[in-house]
Write a protein that binds this ligand. Structure first.
Ligand code: BGC
Length: 458
């Protein structure tokens, strides 16, 4: 295929950079910000790489003008970011921290000035610690807390932000309450399912609040007005051997437990029989009350799809790689499978099978730890030759184009991310940036993938 450029995509398409507050802002205890669960989790021995914390990260709190300018110079026209709830409401409810609000005012003004369309997420994994002390997502009051915070943000910034998402990747909350691998580090399947049900209630409650402020859903997505959606990640599970019943059963259950457990209630109004059976059999049924699904199933304006890869399952996991390679698949140096068709499959899957009937934004796509060494070129300039990241982005963008050509309504694509940032438990050990950056460092080195995107966006 000839090299694509942005001109091969629909008019008005958004090309953006995605980030999240805890991963880039730093200033974790500055200007009145309250602690959030990752500030605490990262301080628990053994939870993050070398015990690294999000205290400094990319120091976006101080360096956002330069970082936003870099997005603009690379040719992007939108920026997906998240608000730190604890920076705005240090206790999670009640008291407002005006300095936090002012910070976001400055950031949004700067984005508008540069022509970067703001795409805001209310919650990207950083629950105020004060709310965790009150039970966090396990408390059914969570929906009320989240709605209080969201309403405040809508009143502050509703008119200047066209794209609002309630949550980024609900599954992270499951990982934090059921598996213990993410903050707050609780570890019981029942907690995970309960937390996710309360998250869905909070999503529905916030969308209702949004409608009461900005009016009912319009027939067409209109970026001159505020719109609301949610961001879900789809890592579709495939059986390694499609003719092996055990492999198929594993993949099917994993899909039910993951992305479908959010899409079904949000777009279809309930959990599937298969998931209900799993929760009943495994003693992890959440507290579901009459009216819950009516609340959760609110009409949305758009759907945010995060897509990184697929997952291949087998009853004999040691054979997965062999099976994939036998079928013509291949792996990147970082050990992940290179399967750019994942984005095409996911777009068809969510729109055809799981009720997503609104325009889609690819809200995240990117890869980590390609060739990350800094080298000096003949002209004395520092460079990072990350050919694997270029191949990855190019592959995903080609399959995205194919899905659009075949009729899927996609309105934007966001790369994760501008800079190497705080990659949760992996902290500094996983680099996702188009631009090399060490926590808090002044020095930014453009990777070849940044130049590739710049050329693509020219
Ligand atoms: C998350 C980001 C994360 C990225 C790369 C996504 O699941 O939304 O916060 O950094 O993946 O792992």
């Amino acid at each position: 295929m000839a090299d694509l450029t942005r001109h091969d995509f629909p008019e008005g398409f958004k090309w953006g950079i995605a980030t999240s507050a805890a991963q880039i802002e730093g200033a974790a205890f500055e200007d009145g910000k309250g602690a959030e669960i990752w500030d605490i989790f990262a301080r628990t021995p053994g939870k993050t790489f070398r015990g690294e914390t999000p205290d400094v990260a990319c120091d976006y709190y101080h360096k956002y003008p330069e970082q936003l300018r870099m997005m603009k110079e690379l040719g992007f026209n939108s920026h997906r970011f998240s608000f730190s709830w604890a920076r705005v409401m240090p206790d999670g409810t009640g008291r407002i921290n005006q300095k936090g609000v002012d910070f976001y005012k400055r950031v949004i003004d700067e984005m508008l000035e540069l022509g970067l369309t703001p795409n805001a997420t209310l919650y990207h994994w950083d629950l105020p610690q004060e709310l965790e002390y009150r039970g966090g997502f396990l408390n059914r009051d969570f929906a009320g807390w989240f709605t209080e915070y969201a309403e405040f943000m809508f009143r502050q910034f509703g008119d200047v932000i066209p794209l609002w998402a309630t949550f980024n990747e609900p599954i992270a909350t499951y990982v934090g309450y059921a598996l213990g691998a993410f903050a707050p580090g609780r570890k019981l399947e029942k907690y995970g399912r309960e937390a996710n049900h309360n998250l869905l209630l909070a999503h529905g409650s916030v969308v209702k609040c949004f409608r009461s402020l900005f009016g009912e859903k319009r027939p067409e997505l209109d970026l001159s007005r505020p719109n609301i959606g949610i961001v879900v990640d789809v890592w579709h599970h495939h059986p390694a051997r499609p003719d092996d019943e055990r492999d198929c059963a594993i993949a099917e259950l994993e899909n039910e437990k993951a992305y479908r457990s959010y899409l079904n209630p949000i777009f279809k109004g309930g959990y599937t029989g298969a998931l209900l059976k799993y929760m009943a059999d495994n003693d992890c049924m959440p507290d579901i009350r009459p009216g819950d699904f009516e609340l959760i199933r609110q009409p949305l304006d758009f759907f945010g799809l995060n897509c990184y890869n697929r997952v291949v399952d087998s009853a004999e996991p040691q054979k997965i790689r062999e099976t994939v390679e036998f079928a013509g698949g291949n792996y990147m140096d970082n050990g992940a499978e290179f399967y750019p068709k994942a984005i095409y499959d996911a777009l068809f899957n969510v729109t055809k099978n799981w009720g997503v009937n609104v325009p889609v934004f690819i809200t995240e796509n990117g890869t980590y730890n390609c060739e990350e060494a800094i080298v000096t070129d003949a002209g004395g300039r520092e460079r990072v030759h990350d050919v694997t990241r270029i191949r990855y982005l190019k592959g995903f963008i080609e399959w995205l184009k194919k899905a659009i050509d075949e009729g899927i309504d996609v309105r934007g694509y966001y790369v994760w991310s501008l800079l190497d940032n705080y990659e949760w438990p992996a902290a500094s050990s996983m680099r996702f940036g188009l631009v090399h950056c060490d926590f808090g460092a002044e020095k930014y080195v453009l990777k070849d993938s940044a130049l590739f995107m710049q050329k693509f966006l020219e």
